[in-house]
Design a protein around this ligand. Structure first.
Ligand SMILES: NC(=O)c1ccc[n+]([C@@H]2O[C@H](COP(=O)([O-])OP(=O)(O)OC[C@H]3O[C@@H](n4cnc5c(N)ncnc54)[C@H](OP(=O)(O)O)[C@@H]3O)[C@@H](O)[C@H]2O)c1
Length: 271
């Protein structure tokens, strides 16, 4: 682990949104690298499954069943992690909510939900861990942003706005804390095959053309391995190479398809 990890010992990690997809893959990777990892999410069975897979591989995992969007959720997550594993040295925010719609079609509750989960939760988690990192003179904050946080994609609505804002939040954290040995980076993926995204087959895209959660875990691991003299970021975009799998185009097609079907996929409601 590089200098932002401090003494060289793998830092205690807190992964928000670790019950599936990118967060689960990153949590497994961090545990394999020696970090004790707190896994946060709402779905208990899925969290326990990820924790079990980490323990089976010899790692240390603490599943925390919490709704981070609830008042006090982020503070509880950090307090429980600190009590059980020690001070958080690496924060990864992968919790995400998505509800695609044009601005004039966006319901206020969906707007607020996305801003809460995708922006306010990373802010609150960072605010909890940064004072300790500043005192110790080391730490990492990795936020999972999105390609649509950098590109203006019609229909990305509150999701695109929240991701754009979390990119800026991460830059602020980086600039405000770089002299204290803390690094903050946004990893902004394009289309990754997870439950949150459209299914490739539904949009006529071969599964192998979209990214896999492991690709994002690879990127995070690569980032953590950079030597202390290197500052990477503040934004790393990771996109599929195939143009038909480009996130913006895919999102527009997904939105149009959802409109044609009526209310869109019900499963998107609370993500
Ligand atoms: N898949 C893509 O194409 C793609 C592209 C760009 C960016 N991203 C971003 O990548 C991140 C991870 O998404 P994913 O694709 O891996 O999908 P995912 O498998 O659905 O992961 C989302 C995670 O967020 C957690 N979460 C959501 N609301 C939460 C809440 N209120 N409290 C606690 N945890 C909450 C979910 O856990 P519970 O349901 O158990 O709470 C889940 O673990 C998101 O920030 C997403 O915006 C994804």
């Amino acid at each position: 682990m590089s200098a932002a990890g401090g003494t060289g010992a793998p830092p205690v990690a807190l992964v928000a949104g670790a019950s599936s997809g990118i967060g689960a893959a990153v949590a497994r990777r961090l545990a394999a690298r020696g970090s004790a990892v707190a896994l946060v999410g709402r779905r208990e069975a899925e969290l326990k499954e990820v924790a079990e897979s980490i323990r089976a591989a010899g790692g240390t995992a603490l599943p925390l069943v919490l709704d981070l969007a609830e008042p006090g959720g982020p503070a509880d997550a950090v307090a429980m992690t600190t009590a059980a594993l020690g001070q958080v040295g690496l924060l990864v925010c992968s919790a995400g909510a998505i509800r695609l719609a044009a601005v004039h079609e966006t319901e206020e509750r969906h707007w607020e939900r996305q801003l809460r989960v995708n922006l306010t939760v990373p802010f609150l988690l960072a605010r909890e861990v940064l004072p300790g990192m500043r005192e110790r003179g080391c730490g990492w904050v990795v936020n999972i942003g999105s390609g649509v946080g950098s590109e203006v994609v019609p229909g990305s609505g509150g999701y695109g706005v929240s991701k754009h804002a979390v990119h800026r939040l991460t830059e602020l954290i980086h600039e405000e804390n770089r002299d204290r040995g803390i690094r903050a980076v946004t990893v902004a993926p394009g289309w990754v095959s997870t439950r949150l995204a459209a299914r490739p087959a539904d949009l006529g895209v071969p599964e192998e053309e979209v990214l896999d959660a492991e690709d994002i875990a690879d990127t995070v691991a690569w980032l953590l391995d950079r030597p202390a003299r290197m500052s990477v970021g503040p934004l790393i975009r990771v996109e599929p190479s195939a143009s038909r799998a480009a996130a913006g185009d895919a999102m527009t097609r997904h939105l149009n398809r959802s409109r044609a079907e009526g209310a869109g996929r019900a499963a998107e409601e609370n993500r």
